[in-house]
Design a protein around this ligand. Structure first.
Ligand code: ADP
Ligand code: ZN
Ligand code: ZN
Length: 746
């Protein structure tokens, strides 16, 4: 037998597999990691296929040296998925295979963690053993602790007897005790306390939703879009679906859009199903990820909770994938190979006979349209649990505030509501989707703006914090410079600061309510491992009365004592030059408003806006998804935006501005020539142009793009295919990326 092996999964993009002989007696099933010779080196590789013969005569082939694990690291279904993704993204199989393995496994840097054990030797009489110790109190005590003949972790013994190691070694040398070890898995959120919980009596809407979806689980099919308003109890529906999945002997994967949301979800699942729930996301240590991955692969964990990449979790009998907050952009990978976790989940479910459950209070326009078309079965939960009302929303016109002489970033109304909330001992959340203190610094004399030297964006002022002084920071590349005291252009001292971020909100709250403790959650305060968990837990336990944050706190979180939500600047996302700006704004406001009044006390929401009459703000204030969908769907159709069209681009980046510009023109010409030669396809293309990208430079690289808009139609496929191919051609001076309906068009 001959194995086709993709070599060195981590270091090289060797597109083609090599052939090796499988030695007699070696079990090298597809998906197995193997050690193979490559030239003078030995490298790791992965068996992707077994064949009877290949173009090289068998006598000239080298044999596989050994298998690295006894089991295939990549399951057959995931191997097929890797192939599919490689084809769709036009990248080498080795790159998509990387998605399937924990980095630590490929680099071999992380070792399994072993725990030393001690146990009374077989046949040994405790009495004799004790007698033989003479006056050694320590050894006698240790022997007595081992009386039950079970294997005890040495660490456990060390808690009862100080420094037992030498004594144990002596006991082992004399044959009384046997020393061993066993592997321990490093668990994420180890400090999390589990409180076993029983399912509540389900609401009528939860029951009705399950009545529609549960039968599909048994059949191993079905794709559902669960549209349930904020606080309708969607998590209980997932828990019930997972319970049923486990009862069938199958496994479930639950995806959440942000790492910030994993602790809460893990807590729900551990309380209900015990510690067999695994966690996969990028903020685990390499060791934890390695261990969680193996717990899943070896079948010890049957429930997986994680961010986007957990869609590749190596579960063997997949029964269910849940995508919570399915509308979130974070399900689109921003790195190569680019994938959409929702599409990957769909493909996995279809291939592996599993049920797909997309869920949101504010489904994406695309998913809702697909549900209306029949791609998904729409399931709705229109009311909150126990008839709790949706929060009451007030839109404050910020133009009036300035006119009335209020220069605070908090309107009069928000200030009053905050006071009422704090006076009652309740909690508030303040949302602003911008971090830092001031977002824009410029000279009043000459108009100079402090920009990043490597990126074409203005820098944000961050106030001193965590041992760092005041500094200007670039949010794209992280570069920092000291804040200017005089204008570097004209020397004027008249420097003005504009735009507020979360740090400013924090300061303003402190100024108005000095006695109120607050917690701020944004990228800057969540750098440390487990910071998400600790900050949210502190807020849950009432150690602070206010939680300030960016989109990190906008969705999914369930805090019973929060009765007030303030949206500090609702228009931020609305002003973005993106056809999805309205969708994003509606989702953000509705989601963040939905954090209020989730338990017994009703919720109050203050939305501050300079465009209070904008249809998108009005629909969000009414928390009326249907109204928003109808108006937005019509707008998309009239403006020929997705899902009616595809927006695709070739992004060119180069350290050499000339090269980038020329490459961009050349690519446009190639596409144009192709269209001229294919009139049927040209008819489907609405726009083709070559331009500077909206952000002209990032990390010192100049960026140009070829933008294309085409009808969503089979005739347009070949030109999209062409873009993919153009992107995969190497160039010494430029990087070229093909993007289709990307998350952002910067
Ligand atoms: P959603 O995700 O739909 O916004 P959650 O799943 O977070 O809502 O549930 C909101 C709150 O309602 C949670 O605190 C949850 O414990 C509670 N809840 C859910 N289902 C029930 C039920 N059947 N009976 C009582 N409380 C429930
Ligand atoms: Zn100036
Ligand atoms: Zn920068």
């Amino acid at each position: 037998m001959i194995a086709q092996v993709v070599v060195d999964v981590i270091h090289e993009n060797v597109a083609k597999p090599f052939s090796y002989l499988i030695p007699e007696g070696m079990d090298a099933a597809p998906g197995t990691r193997v050690r193979v010779p490559l030239g003078r080196r030995q490298v790791d590789g992965l068996v992707v296929e077994r064949v009877e013969a290949c173009e090289v005569p068998a006598a000239r082939l080298k044999p596989i040296l050994r298998v690295l694990e006894k089991y295939p690291a990549v399951l057959p279904a995931l191997l097929a998925l890797a192939r599919e993704l490689a084809q769709a993204d036009h990248c080498p199989l080795s790159e998509t295979l990387r998605l399937m393995l924990p980095a630590a496994m490929r680099t071999g840097r992380v070792q399994t963690r072993k725990e030393p054990l001690a146990q009374l030797n077989e046949g040994v009489s405790l009495e004799q053993a004790v007698t033989a110790q003479g006056r050694s109190h320590k050894r006698t005590t240790l022997l007595k602790l081992l009386e039950d003949r079970a294997a005890h972790p040495v660490a456990e013994l060390a808690r009862l007897v100080a420094a037992p190691q030498d004594a144990l070694r002596r006991l082992a040398a004399d044959g009384w005790v046997r020393l061993g070890e066993r592997e321990v898995f490093r668990l994420p959120y180890e400090a999390m306390a589990c409180e076993p919980s029983e399912p509540p009596v389900l609401t009528g809407e939860q029951e009705a939703a399950l009545a529609v979806m549960e039968p599909a689980l048994g059949k191993g099919q079905g794709a559902f879009l669960l549209h349930g308003v904020t606080g309708s109890g969607k998590t209980e529906v997932y828990l019930a679906m997972v319970r049923r999945t486990l009862a069938m002997g199958k496994a479930a994967v639950i995806l959440v859009p942000e790492i910030a949301l994993t602790p809460q979800m893990v807590q729900w699942f551990r309380n209900r199903f015990g510690p067999g729930t695994a966690v996969l996301h990028s903020r685990l240590t390499d060791g934890q990820r390695f261990d969680e991955w193996r717990r899943i692969r070896l079948g010890d964990a049957r429930v997986v909770i994680g961010a986007r990449s957990a869609v590749f979790a190596p579960v063997e009998r997949l029964g269910l994938i849940v995508i919570d907050e399915e509308h979130e952009q974070t399900y689109l990978s921003d790195r190569h190979p680019r994938y959409d976790a929702r599409r990957v989940a769909q493909s996995r479910c279809a291939r592996e006979g599993a049920t797909l459950l997309l869920s949101s209070a504010t489904p994406s326009i695309l998913s809702f349209a697909q549900a209306k078309r029949g791609d998904y079965t729409l399931v709705e939960m229109p009311s909150r649990v126990n008839h709790r009302p949706l929060p009451h929303v007030t839109v404050v016109d910020m133009r009036g505030e300035l006119a009335a002489g209020n220069r605070s970033i908090f309107s009069q109304r928000l200030q009053q509501e905050l006071k009422t909330c704090f006076d009652r001992g309740q909690q508030a959340m303040l949302f602003l989707n911008r971090r830092g203190y001031h977002t824009f610094v410029s000279c009043r004399n000459c108009g100079y703006v402090v920009k990043c030297a490597q990126c074409d964006v203005s820098m944000t002022l961050h106030r001193e914090e965590g041992g760092r002084a005041d500094e200007m920071r670039c949010h794209l590349c992280g570069a920092t410079v000291p804040p200017p005291t005089v204008c570097p252009e004209c020397g004027s001292a008249y420097i003005r600061y504009f735009g507020s971020g979360t740090q400013k909100v924090e300061e303003e709250l402190r100024r108005l309510f000095p006695a109120v403790r607050s917690i701020r959650m944004d990228i800057d305060t969540t750098q440390k491992r487990d910071a998400h968990y600790q900050l949210l837990n502190a807020f849950r336990e009432g150690k602070a009365q206010a939680l300030i944050g960016t989109q990190m706190i906008a969705k999914g979180l369930d805090f019973p004592h929060v009765t007030l939500v303030g949206v500090v600047a609702a228009d931020l996302t609305l002003n973005l030059p993106d056809y999805r700006a309205q969708e994003r704004t509606f989702q953000l406001i509705t989601q963040v408003a939905g954090r209020a009044g989730r338990a017994d006390e009703p919720g109050e929401v203050i939305v501050q806006s300079y465009k209070p009459d904008h249809p998108c703000i009005v629909a969000a204030a009414a928390q009326d998804y249907r109204a928003f969908f109808t108006q937005e769907f019509q707008r998309r159709r009239a403006g020929l935006y997705p899902p009616f069209t595809v927006i695709a681009r070739l992004l060119v980046e180069s350290a050499d501005p000339e090269a980038a510009c020329q490459m961009c023109d050349r690519l446009r010409d190639t596409v144009e020539a192709f269209l001229t030669a294919h009139p049927a396809q040209k008819r489907r293309v609405l726009m083709l142009r070559a331009d500077e990208a909206p952000v002209r430079m990032i990390r010192g690289k100049t960026r140009y793009h070829v933008l294309l808009k085409a009808f969503e139609h089979p005739d347009a496929e070949p030109v999209l295919q062409l873009l993919s191919e153009l992107a995969s051609v190497g160039d010494p001076l430029c990087q070229i990326y093909a993007e289709f309906n990307p998350a952002t068009l910067i």
